[in-house]
Design a protein around this ligand. Sequence first.
Ligand code: S3P
Length: 199
Amino acid sequence: MSECAKGVFIHKLIYPFTHSPIHSKIGDFMKNIVLTGFMGTGKTEAGRILSQRLGYALVDADTEIEKEQGMAITEIFKQYGEPKFREIESDVIRRLSEMENTVISTGGGAVLRQENMDNLRKKSVIVCLTASPETILKRTSNNNDRPLLQVEDPLQKIKELLEFRKPYYEKADIMIDTEGKSPLQVAEEIIEKTGIKKD
Ligand code: S3P
């Protein structure tokens, strides 16, 4: 078994039983931290602080998609539909998965494709941020850049999507409830739980 595979194997085996910090080193490089979680769980803000604290690079999958396509996510949904968006998202995630010493923030639906999770897991600890449907509504209702929530009853839609996606989000290595916490507190909890050392 390669050193890399061994690292992943060891952490999957030990972590759930001991709750010790996840082994953050594979071979010679530090793992990336991947942030997953529903829209409005604070991935972007926590990711920004986390990258500053760790001296890691920061990439956001949605921003990369927009740069690559030269249009906003809402426009991609409108022109090509969700299935095409998911294909583009998987291509971008495949590329971002190869990075090192990086905080990778993903869109809320990235967890839905096993291929994305497999790619991300190769060099990363996967963290999932959670929040209640009401908090998510509050955090997302100040703009209309989430095409999936542009419906008559967004709270109902959030509840339905959360219910469907729950088993996918739970595939993460670490779950962090963001309810009532500041992005700084969330970032510090991620550092503590991953066991990743600040330089
Ligand atoms: C989506 C979440 C969005 C974006 C797209 C689809 C989803 O990202 O990728 O609108 O399916 O949950 P954020 O989670 O960053 O808002």
